[in-house]
Design a protein around this ligand. Structure first.
Ligand SMILES: Nc1ncnc2c1ncn2[C@@H]1O[C@H](COP(=O)(O)OP(=O)(O)OP(=O)(O)O)[C@@H](O)[C@H]1O
Ligand SMILES: [Mg+2]
Length: 815
């Protein structure tokens, strides 16, 4: 592989840079952190993707996307790879859509992982193409990152694995493992096939047995077939007899059927004849009965000359008269009842005369007016006397007071102021006492008069009350008396009407329908007369009807008699036919027994045939089974034989793999590894001697490809070597690997080597040895990164990398 150019866009400290790689030895120099290693990282990223690198360590912090384009040549073919990184939020990943590979001008749109696979294929690196691991072969043989240079000394397991992979040693291991897998599969198969043919001898024996049985059965079948043919002939003859007997039996059935029909018709005709005779008798009886009924009906005579309408009118009149009579009687009863109640109410006034009571009432009123006037007069007089009496009592009280005043008088008159004497006072008292007595007497007299007048007034009052009571009695009695008089008049009228109505209640009588004391009222008589008239009318109609019916019955009787004659003829014909049919039947004889026997014979033969067929079918089935069994055993034997063949073939294979192939592989692997190790060791020792010029120290590569160092003939631990020595051993190892792989791998032949700070810890003298190394390498293209100015003189091309404002720039120093 030869690198043509690399183009970086937003990668770490690069905004944009395109570096064209010349052939020969190229040195990239520049300050710490200027961007040297970035170029190498970009190349690895373009080839194999991220591997173990973090995307964050590749994409420029300032950018959201960046890409690397790498143009290179392998076996005279030009390729260009492009890979792109994209930032989405905090996540950075490869943009698979923007990846591609152009091989010899032809675009291959590949995803990120497909791209890696394709590159491994182009470079012919025998490695897995897992996305998150770097190419170990590239890392060991072509380019090792700055910090990982010395890891080759410590990681022995990984180193050996890589060497095995790089030199295709894994293929032997894989082949041996695959062979073991095949052996284990073969073992199972061998066991299975062995089992499958283990009972071939038994199978052959049972084949012999089944074949013998099958032959025996076939012989039996041919014997049975012969018997079957004979029996089938017998069956055909027996069947003929049965058919003939059945034909005769059918004929017999037909005649019997006919006989049966004639018999039935005859029975029916006889039965009809009997019924007709009964019918004739019935009809004759009906005619006789009708004659009797007509004679009876003609005896009924007409009861009256009136018609029904007239009788009905008379009945209505009688019913009206009866209703009126009932009403009048009921009215009389009600009036008598009312009069008895009125009489109770009137009591002593019962049957009094109204006029007399009215006169008595006028007189009473006059008397009461008089008594009331007298009562008023006495009352006024009493009031006058009371007034008079009150004046006298007032006077009495004055006089009593004056008498009291006399005893209290002094010697002087209080009025005239004259001198009063005892006598004068005495006289005055006597005078006054006399006047008082007079007044008391007058009061007594008036009181007596008042008493008398009061008695008179009481008497008058009593008389007035008595008279008023009499008056009110008369006043209350008067209207009742009037009612009584009216009722009496009504009663008289009703009784008069009743007498009139009774006179009309005479029972009528027709001459041709005498009463003879049967009916006690005219209504009953008239109704009976009406019924008798109706009976007469009905009898007339009935006679008509009976006569008509009789004519009809006579007609029917005539027809039935004609029918009877025909039936008698028919019966005689049928009896003749029956005789003929019976004769035919006796001619045929007992065909049933003949048929039964023929059928029995046929059935017996058929049973025999059936048994033969069953036997045959069973034997055929058995033969078929035997044939199937023979076929099955044959197949089994064939399978067993095939299995035996396979068993032998697989056993040979198994033996070959186990006994020959795997041991041979191991030997070849050992031989090849030994040869590689031999070459490896000699190349390594060469590089070691170039880089370390110390005769006391020797180094070699052991069987496990581990670098060993001897100091003065003693083995020395690599850990205790100086930094420069370690760098030298590591560089020697890597240079060896590079040389070896270039020899082995066509794609890398005499090609590329990339070294990032390979001279860390080297002395000036050692640095001068790098020149020899570079010359001896004879690589078409070596890319060297170093800040050792000294190296400038050993190289063909110098690139200077500087960083300005955080952005890296590449300049070519010599052109
Ligand atoms: N993702 C990134 N974005 C921007 N710059 C980055 C990023 N990652 C690393 N850098 C910076 O890029 C610069 C270049 O790094 P690089 O490893 O190429 O330096 P160098 O020249 O090899 O230095 P040295 O001589 O020390 O090995 C450094 O300053 C580094 O810190
Ligand atoms: Mg660096």
């Amino acid at each position: 592989m030869i690198l043509n150019y690399v183009e970086l866009e937003n990668i770490r400290s690069y905004k944009h840079a395109k570096i064209e790689f010349p052939k020969g030895i190229t040195l990239f120099e520049g300050d710490i952190g200027s961007g040297k290693s970035t170029v190498l990282m970009a190349i690895e990223f373009a080839l194999f993707g991220l591997g173990s690198q973090k995307p964050d360590s590749l994409l420029s912090k300032k950018a959201t996307e960046g890409n690397v384009i790498l143009n290179f040549e392998v076996e005279k073919k030009t390729y260009e790879i492009k890979r792109k990184l994209k930032r989405r939020g905090d996540l950075i990943s490869q943009d698979s859509k923007s990846c591609h590979l152009v091989s010899d001008g032809e675009m291959e749109p590949l995803s990120a992982s497909e791209l890696k696979q394709r590159i491994l294929q182009i470079l012919r690196f025998n490695e897995p193409a897992s996305a998150n691991s770097e190419s170990r072969i590239y890392r060991y043989a072509v380019f090792t990152p700055q910090e990982e240079m010395k890891k080759v000394l410590s990681e022995s397991k990984m180193r050996l694995e890589t060497i095995r992979k790089a030199f295709g040693m894994e293929d032997y291991k894989t082949a041996a493992e695959n062979a073991k897998i095949i052996i284990s599969t073969l073992k199972t198969e061998i066991a299975i096939y062995k089992e499958r043919f283990s009972n071939v001898a038994e199978q052959k024996k049972s084949l012999e047995k089944s074949t013998g049985e099958e032959m025996k059965e076939s012989h039996e079948i041919s014997e049975l077939m012969k018997q079957l043919t004979t029996q089938e002939k017998h069956e055909s003859l027996a069947h003929k007899s049965v058919v003939e007997a059945r034909k005769k039996q059918k004929e017999k059935d037909k005649i019997e059927f006919e006989k049966d029909n004639i018999g039935k018709t005859l029975t029916k005709s006889k039965s009809n004849h009997k019924s007709i005779l009964e019918e004739i008798e019935e009809k004759e009886q009906e005619i006789e009965d009708a004659n009797d009924r007509i004679i009876k009906l003609e005896k009924i005579s007409k009861p009256t000359s009136k018609n029904i309408l007239q009788i009905d009118e008379e009945i209505i009149d009688i019913e009206k008269l009866n209703t009126r009579l009932t009403n009048v009687k009921s009215k009389i009863d009600t009036t008598v009842d009312d009069l008895s109640k009125l009489s109770k109410k009137l009591g002593s006034y019962n049957d009094s005369k109204t006029e007399k009571l009215q006169t008595q009432l006028v007189e009473l009123n006059n008397l009461l007016t008089r008594l009331n006037n007298q009562h008023k007069e006495v009352e006024d007089e009493i009031i006058e006397k009371e007034k008079e009496k009150a004046g006298l009592e007032e006077r009495k009280r004055n006089l009593e007071s004056k008498i009291k005043d006399v005893s209290n008088l002094g010697s002087k008159c209080p009025i005239c102021e004259n001198t009063l004497t005892a006598e004068h006072i005495k006289n005055l008292e006597i005078e006054r006492r006399e006047k008082l007595q007079e007044t008391i007497d007058s009061i007594k007299k008036i009181q007596n008069e008042i008493g008398e007048k009061s008695n008179k007034k009481g008497n008058l009052r009593k008389q007035i009350l008595d008279k008023e009571s009499v008056r009110s009695k008369i006043e209350s009695v008067l209207p009742i008396l009037q009612q009584q008089e009216e009722k009496n008049e009504q009663l008289r009228q009703s009784q008069l009407e009743l007498r009139g109505l009774d006179a009309k209640k005479v029972i009528p009588e027709e001459k041709s329908f005498p009463n003879n004391g049967k009916f006690n009222n005219s209504l009953a008589y008239m109704k009976a007369l009406r019924d008798a008239l109706l009976e007469f009318v009905n009898a007339k109609n009935r006679i008509e009807y009976e006569k008509n019916t009789k004519v009809k019955t006579e007609d029917q009787l005539k027809k039935i008699k004609e029918k009877n004659e025909l039936l008698v003829q028919e019966i005689s014909v049928l009896e003749g036919k029956l005789n003929d049919v019976s004769k035919s039947l006796s001619d045929i004889g007992n065909i049933d027994d003949v048929l039964r026997k023929s059928e029995k014979d046929e059935e017996n033969i058929r049973d025999k045939i059936e048994a033969l067929k069953e036997d045959l079918s069973a034997r055929k089935e058995r033969t078929k089974n035997l044939k199937d069994e023979i076929e099955r055993i044959r197949k089994e034997i064939s399978n067993s034989e095939k299995a035996q063949e396979k068993y032998e073939k697989f056993s040979n294979c198994n033996d070959w793999l186990k006994e020959f192939f795997i041991p041979t592989l191991e030997q070849v692997e050992k031989q090849v590894l030994r040869s590689i190790q031999h070459s490896f060791n000699s190349i390594y020792q060469n590089w070691f001697s170039v880089l370390i010029d110390d005769p006391t120290k020797q180094s070699r590569i052991d069987e496990d490809f581990t670098p060993l160092v001897e100091q003065d003939g003693y083995e020395q631990n690599i850990e205790y070597l100086s930094g420069g020595e370690k760098t030298s051993i590591a560089l020697s190892y890597r240079l060896t690997l590079n040389s070896m792989i270039r020899q082995e791998t066509e794609s890398l032949k005499s090609n590329l080597l990339i070294l990032d700070e390979p001279t860390d810890g080297f002395s000036k003298t050692q640095l001068s040895k790098v020149r020899t190394v570079l010359q001896q390498l004879q690589s078409q293209q070596i890319i060297l990164v170093s800040h050792e100015k000294e190296l400038e003189t050993y190289v063909d091309n110098i690139f200077y990398i500087s960083k300005d404002g955080g952005n890296s720039h590449v300049f070519r120093k010599n052109a």
